[in-house]
Design a binder for this molecule. Structure first.
Ligand code: FAD
Ligand code: SF4
Length: 477
């Protein structure tokens, strides 16, 4: 069937169609349409099946990409799904929101002369089809084990670990302080990148597989951490990073200056049909306002595009470096530009203006200097370059740091790194507390969904080894 592959020489790259800007600005639905069966097969057939698959090497999950592309090209979709699901707990989610340009697709060999294979879109197509066709079966462990595992945090890292432990036969309980599972998948990332039905469908799948969810359980708050340690053989902490970086400066405490995640959670809750007084009161609603978002990462991109959909009067993104140096995915920056966001590059806030509420941001022009030891160019203000951007709503999207987990969990012995992330043995994922493991953003710092999944799966393998070793030691006593 080799003749079905290597079609890149004459078949151009085609991504799934994007909905028209005017249409997508008016709702929160995903902006990309889906491949149909012919386009998925045709695009998969562009793969060159190269000897060293750099796409797999640069995929954090080491997905067997050339294999499932070939099977898709041959119309053997159920087998493609089996192979894809063997290495990725949530392929349809990664296919939608991985920054493929920096990972698999950015390292596709044909990218050098032709455009890369549309790996993410095919990955998404395979598993969406598998759900429709009923090929996705509930987790069915070959045997049940007596031990129970507690997982704190129902984000991608916690859920991937939960699936992997349940598949090995453990009783698994996932605790989360929110009222829905998914972590940032459900309340952080907006619907236009990842529709919430996709996340809710996976949550239902995990419940159907016998995983128990205890929601509204704030560990260290209404549920003591020590209690969980008594109940479970092993614990995974996968609580993510939620401490927003703040902006100092005159006027930074004015009403109308809000945190990115508060704004995004509110919007996602509204989309899920919840009553959210802060939205209805206008506090966290961009409608009719001049909105200024400060920051240049994915969170900032999600805020500007959410504000556009909420019918803001204007949306400006202030970022102190230039377009080439933005940490956010360039694909999302282009989408934001198309949707009408104004990017004010090389600009940083100096002060926030207004009496009872913010009315503007006084910004200064920046210039990029020489690279420092890390290779990143320094960034300095240009004297006398101040100007004012009108603003009724300012959204701070400067990134996140870890919360103080040892204090929150009343476990002062729990070791953290200099950045406040949890310190784990890189081979065993175990913290310095016996039987307490950690994975995801709380170990890496703010990262990506695909890395959370990878860590959750690897931590599960390590937890399994630990519980088995304990069981054998007890049996030998
Ligand atoms: C706005 C935004 C957009 C993003 N966009 C992308 C993207 O497009 N692509 C991408 O790959 N990545 C993206 N990311 C990053 C990605 O979402 C994270 O890297 C990933 O979700 C981390 O997974 P996690 O499981 O470690 O933590 P999280 O997803 O943060 O989940 C942690 C969970 O732990 C719970 N929790 C925390 N503390 C407690 C406690 N004390 N008790 C009980 N439960 C607790 C939280 O409620 C949460 O549900 C984005 C992040 C943000 C903020
Ligand atoms: S998981 Fe992400 S990086 Fe890996 S193949 Fe899928 S889209 Fe690419």
């Amino acid at each position: 069937m080799a003749e079905r592959m290597l079609q890149f020489t004459h078949l151009p790259q085609q991504t799934p169609k994007k909905r028209e800007v005017t249409e997508r600005r008016a709702d929160f639905d995903e902006i990309y349409k889906r491949f149909d069966v012919q386009s998925a097969a045709a695009q998969a057939s562009r793969c060159s099946q190269c000897g060293i698959p750099f796409c797999s090497i640069h995929c954090p999950l080491s997905n067997n990409i050339p294999d499932w592309l070939k099977l898709t090209a041959e119309g053997r979709l159920e087998e493609a799904y089996e192979i894809s699901a063997a290495t990725n707990t949530f392929p349809e989610i990664c296919g939608r929101i991985c920054p493929q340009d920096r990972l698999c697709e950015g390292n596709c060999v044909i990218e050098k002369g032709f455009e890369s294979v549309t790996i993410g879109a095919v990955e998404r197509y395979i598993t969406d089809t598998a759900f429709e066709k009923g090929w996705v079966k509930p987790i069915a462990p070959a045997q049940q084990r007596p031990e129970s595992i507690g997982i704190i945090g129902a984000g991608p890292a916690g859920l991937a670990c939960a699936e992997a432990m349940r598949s090995r036969g453990y009783h698994v309980t996932v605790y989360d302080r929110y009222d829905r599972a998914g972590g940032l998948l459900i309340y952080g990332i907006p619907n236009f990148k990842l529709e919430k039905d996709i996340v809710l469908r996976r949550w239902q799948w995990l419940r159907d597989g016998g995983i128990e969810f205890v929601l509204g359980a704030d560990i260290g708050g209404n549920v003591p951490f020590a209690e969980l340690r008594e109940q479970h053989e092993a614990i995974l902490i996968a609580t993510g990073v939620y401490q927003p970086r703040e902006i100092a400066g005159p006027g930074s405490g004015l009403p109308g200056i809000v945190r990115a995640l508060d704004f995004l959670i509110t919007s996602n809750r509204k989309g899920l049909g919840d009553t959210v007084p802060e939205f209805d009161s206008g506090l966290l609603n961009a409608a009719g306002k001049n909105v200024v978002v400060i920051g240049g990462g994915d969170t900032a991109m999600d805020c500007v595009r959410t504000a556009i959909r909420q019918e803001a009067k204007s949306v400006t993104c202030l970022y102190r470096r230039d377009r080439q140096n933005m940490p956010g995915s360039l694909r999302e920056v282009s989408n934001a530009e198309d949707e009408g966001v104004v990017f004010d590059w090389l600009a940083a806030p100096e002060a926030f203006l207004g009496d009872n509420c913010v009315t503007g941001v006084r910004a200064t022009r920046m210039h990029l200097g020489l690279p420092d030891a890390s290779g990143r160019q320094s960034v300095d203000p240009i004297a006398g370059s101040s100007y004012t951007v009108p603003a009724d709503l300012v959204i701070k999207a400067l990134g996140f740091d870890p919360e103080d987990v040892p204090t929150a969990f009343n476990e002062p012995e729990l070791k953290v790194t200099g950045w406040g992330t949890l310190k784990v043995d890189p081979r065993t994922f175990m913290t310095n507390l016996p039987g307490v493991f950690a994975a995801g953003d709380i170990v890496r710092g703010a990262s990506l969904v695909v890395w959370g999944i990878r860590d959750g799966r690897d931590a599960a393998a390590a937890m399994h080894r630990y519980v088995q070793a304990n069981a054998m030691a007890h049996a030998a006593e």
